[in-house]
Write a protein that binds this ligand. Structure first.
Ligand code: 9D3
Length: 247
């Protein structure tokens, strides 16, 4: 898969995506990240990529022409590439999007600085608009990296078999169960007995219960859109009662 990124700060993409799992995947040729400076397609003595807003107001707006030229040039190599605009007004990026976008061969990420993009870019050049959450960043570069990371780990071969993307939490819609490793006692706190019991059925049951408990306590809204077994529903009822009586 090839990720093309249009940005005023291509150097930002050098390090974060080239370490660890994605670094190995890039070396293996499973994916490629190409960050391009939008100034390359800008004109005039100052290679201007932004201008003041029509109608007045604070801040600057990204000019449409360099963006249009850049996308046209990238599409020569990648005619089917979808163009994704990073913007606080976009749809909130989710795991489902990461899995779907991993099926594309090429993606073009458009990252903005300043107050945003000329509306005509949105209307004619962009296939989808994404936000990574309701907080204000200084630009779309970190969101693009977040999306590239989340999409890449769904590509075949990127994760080792020990940690497949299918077994992720959010895939089955529940939060993960608590994990422990040695030592068996740390600062006076013991590992739950069940995990030392060697009874794999009992361990699986405990872990499922912990997943349900965590999700109930931390992200109850997730329980609405997850398919639960009869046993899960019974467990949830018991957990709810316990929480109610414990206060
Ligand atoms: C004046 C209104 N501001 C919107 C809250 C303007 C504005 C501020 C910051 C426009 C863009 C930005 C930079 N942020 C992004 O480009 C961005 C972003 C984000 O800030 N949060 C979460 N997801 C994203 S995706 C792109």
């Amino acid at each position: 898969m090839i990720f093309d990124v249009l940005t005023l700060f291509p150097d930002m993409f050098d390090s974060p995506l080239r370490e660890s799992i994605l670094g190995r995947a890039i070396k293996q040729g499973l994916l490629e990240v190409r960050a391009h400076n939008l100034r390359h397609w800008a004109e005039g003595k100052h290679l201007t990529t932004d201008d003041t807003p029509y109608g007045g107001g604070d801040g600057m707006v990204m000019k449409p022409e360099p963006i249009a030229k850049a996308i046209a040039e990238l599409r020569l190599q990648a005619p089917t590439a979808k163009v994704l605009l990073m913007t606080p007004q976009g749809v909130p990026f989710r795991q489902q999007h990461a899995r779907e976008l991993a099926r594309e061969e090429n993606l073009i990420f458009l990252c903005g600085r300043y107050e945003g993009f000329d509306e005509r870019v949105r209307e004619t050049l962009v296939d989808a608009e994404f936000s990574i959450g309701d907080f204000v960043l200084t630009g779309g570069e970190l969101p693009a990296m977040v999306m590239i990371d989340a999409i890449s780990r769904n590509l075949p071969g990127v994760l080792g078999s020990s940690s497949s993307a299918e077994s992720d939490s959010f895939v089955d819609g529940l939060l993960e169960y608590p994990q422990y490793t040695r030592p068996a006692v740390f600062n006076g706190m013991s590992v739950p007995d069940v995990l030392l019991s060697g009874d794999h059925g009992k361990i699986a049951g405990w872990r499922r219960e912990q997943q349900l408990l965590r999700t109930l306590q931390r992200r109850p809204e997730l329980l609405e859109s997850v398919s639960l077994s009869e046993l899960d529903l019974k467990t949830l009822d018991l957990l709810r009662q316990k929480i109610a009586t414990d206060g």
